[in-house]
Design a protein around this ligand. Sequence first.
Ligand code: URP
Ligand code: ZN
Ligand code: ZN
Ligand code: ZN
Length: 461
Amino acid sequence: MRTLIKDGTVLSPSGGVRADVLVTDERITAVTEPGVVETADTVLDATGKYVLPGGIDAHTHLEMPFGGTFSADTFETGTKAAAWGGTTTIIDFAVQAKGTSLLSTLDKWHEKADGNCAIDYGFHMIVSDVNDGTLKEMETCVGAGVSSFKMFMAYPGVFYSTDGEILRAMRKATETGAMIMMHAENGIAIDELVAAALAAGHTDPVQHGYTRPSALEGEATSRAITLARVTGAPLYVVHLSAAEALSAVAEARDAGQNVFAETCPQYLYLSIEDLAKPGFEGAKYVASPPLREKRHQADLWRGLRTNDLSVVSTDHCPFCFKDQKELGRGDFSKIPNGMPGVEHRMDLLHQGVVAGEISLGRWVETCSTTPARMFGLYPRKGVLAPGSDADIVIYDPAARQTLSAETHHMAVDYSAYEGFEIAGKVDTVLSRGKIVVSSAGFTGSTSHGNFLSRELCQYLN
Ligand code: URP
Ligand code: ZN
Ligand code: ZN
Ligand code: ZN
C-alpha cells in the first residue's frame, strides 16, 4: 500500500523544501524531488501546503485523577482531539499514588490506554512517593520504555517531594540515564500564601495567580537546577511560565549543564487577565503554574528562539467548567488545576510563525523534532525521512479557522481560546501511514495507537 504526498513544502528544523514524500505501509520510504515517483495507490496533492512530521505533545494528562475528580478527556477522546490538531504522538503521565508502586501504576496506565488510542503514545512516570522500592523500580521503568520521571516541588501532601527526596531520585536518574522532569514552584511558600488569602476572605479564581507569584517559580527552578548540578542528573523543567525561571534555565545551559525546558501555548497567549475574568469565569484558566502578567510572554518567545525553551507541550489537563471547575466556587484552592489544549498546539504555534516570533523550522523543531529527541523517540518520530514512521501532517497555511468549544473535539465544555482567529489549519493527518484526519473527517480508529517504548534522552552531554 503506497501513498504519495506530492508537491508540498516539506518542513524540518532547517526550513522547507519542495519535495514529494512516499509512504509504504506504515513507514516513509522516500523523500524525493517533485515528480520522481509517479504512481501510488493513493496520491495526496499538497500544492501550496506544508508537509511536516506529526506533532509530538510530550505533556498530557488524560483521565488523570486530581482534586477529587478526573481530567475530562479519556485516552479515546484525548487522542482523537490530538489527531484533529495534527498531533500524532502524546506522552502522558502515569501517576503514582502515595503508598503504591511504580510498576503497578504503570500496569494501570497501560490498561487504561491499551486499545483506546487513536495515535501512538508513551508514558512518563509521576513519582510522588520516594522510597527504596520506588528508587529500585525506576530502573525497571527505564527498561520498560518509561525513561522520564516527573517530580513536584508544589502540592504539599499530594505530589510534593522534599529536596532530599528529589536528591535521591536524581541520583538514581544519574545512574540510569533517566530524565527528571520538574514541576518547579515553591509549594510550601505557596500554601502559606493560599491560607492567608482564604483567611482574608479572598476566594476568587484570580487569587490562584496572586498566591503563586513568578518569583516562587524562579526560586524553585533555581533550586531544581542546583540539585541536578550536585547529582549530575539531566533536568527538564516542565510548563515553564515565568521570566525568572527562564533566566535560571538559560544560565545553567550557558554553563553547559544538561538542563532543558518546555513552555505551553497558554503561557504564550493567555495571561492573568483571563484568570481575573468576572464571575467565576476565571476558573477556566486555573492551572499551575498560573497564567502570568503579559510581560512574561515576550521572554518566552525569545526563549523559544534561543532554544533555552526547546519544547512546546500543552500540559493538556481539561476539567469541565460546569461540573468540575465548579468544585472551587467560593474557594479558589479547590478549583481543579489544568486547562485543555491538546488540539490547538500546532495551530497556536503556527501563529507564532505568522507573527514573526519563530521560524517555520522552529515551529517543527519545538513541536515535533526536539520532543522526539528529548524523550528517546528519534528518528522513529519527529522527522520525515526514509525509515521513520509515516506520522505526517499536511497543513494549509492559507486556510482560516476560529477556535471554539462548539467545534473542538476535546471532551470539555469550554475553550480557553474561544473566538481566537487562526491563520492555517490541519488539512490531512497520517498516523503510521493511515489517514486519520482529512476533509472526510476522522477516519482513524481508537485501536490504532501503539505504546512507544522510549530510549533515553538524545541530547545529553
Ligand atoms: O495545573 C496543571 N498543570 N495541572 C496538571 C498537573 C501538572 O502539574 O502538570
Ligand atoms: Zn506540573
Ligand atoms: Zn502537567
Ligand atoms: Zn463534564
